[in-house]
Write a protein that binds this ligand. Structure first.
Ligand code: SF4
Length: 322
């Protein structure tokens, strides 16, 4: 049996663009265009790419928050897109998300016991007598005092609020947790502590993470594998250490080369790539990166390179890899 907790097969998400009096579909934004990735149980997959490359749409489609256009997502052996509503609800409790900014993701008018207790009530059917001690246990699990149950989010620091968000995400003991920029809105000291906590919780509960981050130091610290996305497609994918040490795809090389110190820089800060990311409505023919690639050849504007497996096990989509 496969040890993959998640298999994404040829996933596509196109958003229709309507125009004219009859709102006819005139084009599509191809936000995710044929992505295939496997994640093994206990792994951390880092998703890397400039803003607008399709990372968030990919994750939202996998989480079933938006409908796919095409493709399959198999989570823990079950094909997600064929499940009925009840089975989908059941399976969703095993997939949770921790958002970027705990200030916005936690309802400021709710007590911590209700914030963390909500999934215990709604999805696990626990009563209020059971919920409070469980929330206390979860608070201690993320390094907060159990007395926090009767406090509001604003009574905590940014780092502590992110711990509350993590406690809520782990309340139902998920198998897969999506970490969407989990440290980008908190101070540097708290960032290190949150990363340490996430690492410990992963080991303790055998969790699998998908990590979205613009911070390459966080991605290299946390990830076992990385997937580099450009205009809705994976351009390089494989062992994180190998890719960070020796990126093969020209786009990955440009991302990393632009960063003098991987420990301090974020992807938004890079300026070495010429031009902007082209529109996903009308992506360049051939290799989507050819309009910005310093190594582009004639073939690159005609034929789209396939994602092929290289001798060291990673995959890359580039005509130079043949
Ligand atoms: Fe650059 Fe061509 Fe490779 Fe695309 S296929 S990354 S344009 S060399």
């Amino acid at each position: 049996m496969s040890s993959n907790i998640l298999e994404i097969k040829n996933l596509k998400k196109y958003f229709p663009i309507k125009s004219g009096f009859f709102s006819k579909v005139s084009a599509y934004v191809k936000a995710v265009d044929g992505v295939s990735i496997n994640i093994k149980k206990g792994e951390v997959l880092g998703l890397v790419g400039e803003s607008g490359c399709g990372k968030t749409t990919l994750v939202n489609t996998v989480l079933n928050l938006i409908e796919p256009t095409e493709g399959e997502v198999i989570f823990d052996g079950k094909e997600m897109f064929t499940l009925n509503k009840k089975d989908l609800r059941d399976i969703r409790k095993y997939i949770q998300i921790v958002f970027q900014d705990p200030f916005w993701s936690l309802n400021p008018r709710m007590l911590v016991k209700d914030i963390i207790g909500e999934p215990l009530d709604v999805q696990a059917g626990m009563n209020s007598l059971e919920i409070v001690p469980k929330v206390e246990e979860l608070l201690e699990m993320v390094g907060l005092p159990k007395e926090g149950v009767y406090k509001y989010p604003h009574e905590f620091s940014g780092g502590q609020r992110q711990r509350i968000a993590i406690a809520r995400a782990l309340a139902l003991m998920p198998k897969l947790v999506v970490l969407d920029e989990p440290t980008s809105s908190i101070d540097v000291l708290s960032q290190a502590q949150i990363l340490d906590l996430l690492g410990k919780l992963k080991e303790k509960f055998d969790l699998t993470y998908i990590l979205i981050s613009h911070d390459l130091s966080v991605v290299s610290y946390m990830s076992d594998k990385i997937a580099v996305m450009y205009l809705g497609k994976i351009v390089e994918y494989g062992d994180s250490r190998k890719i960070f040490e020796n990126p093969k795809h020209p786009y990955t090389q440009a991302l990393f080369a632009a960063i003098p110190d991987i420990n301090t820089e974020r992807i938004e800060d890079i300026a070495t790539l010429e031009g902007n990311v082209p529109s996903a409505i009308n992506p360049p023919k051939g290799c989507r990166f050819h309009t910005r690639c310093p190594k582009a050849m004639d073939i690159c504007s005609k034929d789209e390179p396939k994602l092929i497996t290289l001798s060291d096990g990673r995959s890359a989509a580039c005509h130079l890899m043949k």
